[in-house]
Design a protein around this ligand. Sequence first.
Ligand SMILES: Nc1ncnc2c1ncn2[C@@H]1O[C@H](COP(=O)(O)OP(=O)(O)O)[C@@H](O)[C@H]1O
Ligand SMILES: [Mg+2]
Length: 246
Amino acid sequence: MKDGPAVETKGLSKVFTATTAVDDITFAVRRGEVFGFMGHNGAGKTTTLRMLMGLLRPTSGRATVLGHDIVEESLSVRRVTGFLPGDYALPREMTARQFLRYIGAMFGFSGKGLEKRIDELLMQFELSDAADRRLGTFSSGMTQKVGLAQALLNSPRVLLLDEPTSGLDPMGRRDTLELITSLAQENGVTILFSTHILNDIERVCARVAVLHYGRLIAYGDLAELRRTHGTDQMDDLYLSLVKGAG
Ligand SMILES: Nc1ncnc2c1ncn2[C@@H]1O[C@H](COP(=O)(O)OP(=O)(O)O)[C@@H](O)[C@H]1O
Ligand SMILES: [Mg+2]
C-alpha cells in the first residue's frame, strides 16, 4: 500500500435514526495533495471526518487511511493522522505550552522529546512568545494555530481539517491557508480540507469532492470541473453542481 491513496473511501455511509448523513461516497485523496472537501452546513463533512478518525462507526462501506482500515485498524489510523475538529474548544485556563504537553501525553510522549517537539511547533506557528499565556487570552487566529499545532504533535502524514478557516478574520484565514499549503509542499503532509468557503478551496486545492445532503455530487480536478460546467466562477460552478444534483 506504499503508493496507494492517502485516504480512500468506498461506498462509505452513515445513517442516523432520521438522517442519512453520508450516503454511499467513494473518493480517494492522493498522497501529498491538499484535497478540498466541500459542502454546505449539514452536507456530511464532519460526519465523514469523524468516521475516518474512528470516532463514529460507518453504517456501511469502508475506508482506509494510508492503507489502514478505519474500523479494523483505527489505532494505526490515529497514529498517522492529525485531526482538527471544527468545534474545538480549547481549555481557556491552560497556557499554550501546558495544552500541547497535555495532548502530547495522550499520545504517550514525554520528556525532552516532547518539549522539543512543542518548541518546534510553537516556533513554526510563531507562537513562541505567547507559549506561556493562557489560551483564553488568544485571538481567533492564534487559537486556530494552537488547534493546528495539536493536530501536528504526532508528526502525522495525513491531516484532517474540519473547517479550519471558518470564523477567522481575513488575516487569520490567510495565515491558515498559507500554513496548509506549506505543510503539504514542504512537509509532504496530505491534507483533507473540509470547508463551505468556496474562496478558500480555490486558493489551495487542485482536486475536490463536493458533498450535498450526504451525496457526492462532484469529484475530481477543479479546473476540469470548471471547464465541463462552462464557468470560471466558483460560485457558479457550485450552483450548477447543486442544480444538477436536484
Ligand atoms: N450525532 C448525530 N445524530 C443525528 N444526526 C446527526 C448527527 N451528527 C450529524 N447529524 C446530521 O447529519 C447531517 C450531516 O451533518 P454534518 O456531518 O455535521 O455536516 P457538515 O459537517 O457538512 O455541516 C446533518 O443533517 C446533521 O444534522
Ligand atoms: Mg461540520
